[in-house]
Design a protein around this ligand. Structure first.
Ligand code: CP
Length: 319
């Protein structure tokens, strides 16, 4: 698709009024976002200014947890579409005087916000804010549950390489239990027709009654066999009770992603990682940096394009 051709919104319109989880989107809306992200990727590749479709709109990024990729790419995405973007400096805000999540969000939303991009590890907060705020809520990561725009950008990066996800085998390796990316990726990729595997030791797997459509492998050789995509995940040490010492012990020897172990996958398999990476813990730096294998920086590129698509679609309904 060229940048001259703007994809048409789904029949019946783009109706999602929030993006808290992957399941807030219909299949048609997911496909529309993938097309729209590719449309905006064209502008980014040509360094051409995108249409200012969000001029006059106000976007507030409120991140209670650290972020490089998500926060910065949402900021860039909003600015590229002409929105006024406010990135809240939480560490220097009245949060430090004890102001709670709801009061902080309501105060910021009262500054004529049209959309709030929120990262917070507080169960149910995004849903509560969706009810009480008069603006669109986008989930930029909530604890171990969902990170829907990461899943969408991952799907866009995969589609840019393989054209579609249908029929692909995607091995997600590492600390699945504490990863919101694994959860959102698995939900989205299976809906797009991919076969998803979780690969890792039992103690890093999610509860057995979750993700029934996903195959589980506790040996790297089984997990990577026939895989088109191998995605490494960071050990989420901050979410582990013992600081992760036990989980990390011996992990790299059994599950580390290296030029040697990637040979267990298909010969043309690509390596992905949502970042941030712990080099030498779950992935070898040489593999992560290998342009023949790694599409990790392409994920970052599609982070901006996909977030432009999400902001545009949610704020303009795709019209
Ligand atoms: N992938 C991801 O969410 O990265 P950040 O924590 O840097 O935003």
């Amino acid at each position: 698709m060229t940048t001259a051709t703007r994809p048409s919104p789904p029949k019946g319109g783009f109706n999602a009024r929030r993006l808290i989880g992957v399941d807030d989107l219909s299949d048609a809306e997911i496909h529309f976002l993938l097309e729209l992200a590719e449309h905006y990727a064209g502008y980014l590749r040509r360094a051409a200014p995108a249409p200012r479709r969000l001029a006059g709109k106000t976007q507030i990024n409120l991140f209670y947890e650290d972020s490089t990729r998500t926060n910065m790419s949402f900021e860039l995405a909003g600015k590229k579409l002409g929105a006024d973007v406010l990135v809240v400096p939480v560490a220097a805000s009245s949060v430090n005087k004890g102001e709670g999540y709801i009061d902080t969000s309501q105060t910021l939303a009262a500054m004529s916000a049209d959309v709030m991009v929120l990262r917070a590890n507080e169960k149910g907060l995004h849903e509560t804010l969706d009810e009480v705020l008069n603006c669109i809520v986008i989930n930029a990561g909530d604890g171990v549950r969902e990170h829907p725009t990461q899943a969408l950008l991952d799907a866009a990066a995969i589609a840019s390489e393989f054209k579609k996800l249908e029929g692909l085998t995607i091995a997600i390796c590492g600390d699945i239990r504490h990863s919101r990316v694994a959860g959102s990726d698995a939900r989205l990729f299976t809906r797009l027709g991919a076969h998803v595997r979780f690969v890792g030791p039992a103690e890093l797997m999610p509860p057995a009654d979750e993700f029934s459509a996903v195959e589980r492998c506790d040996r790297l050789s089984d997990g990577l066999d026939g895989a088109d995509i191998v995605m490494g995940l960071r050990m989420q040490f901050e979410r582990m009770g013992d600081g992760g010492a036990e989980a990390a012990k011996g992990y790299y020897d059994k599950f580390g992603l290296t030029h040697e172990t990637i040979k267990l996958a298909k010969p043309a398999a690509k390596i992905m990682h949502p970042g941030p990476m712990n080099r030498g813990v779950e992935i070898d730096g040489a593999l992560a940096d290998d342009p023949e294998r790694s599409i990790i920086l392409r994920q970052v590129f599609y982070g901006v394009a996909m977030r432009m698509a999400c902001l545009d679609a949610l704020l303009t309904k795709g019209e």
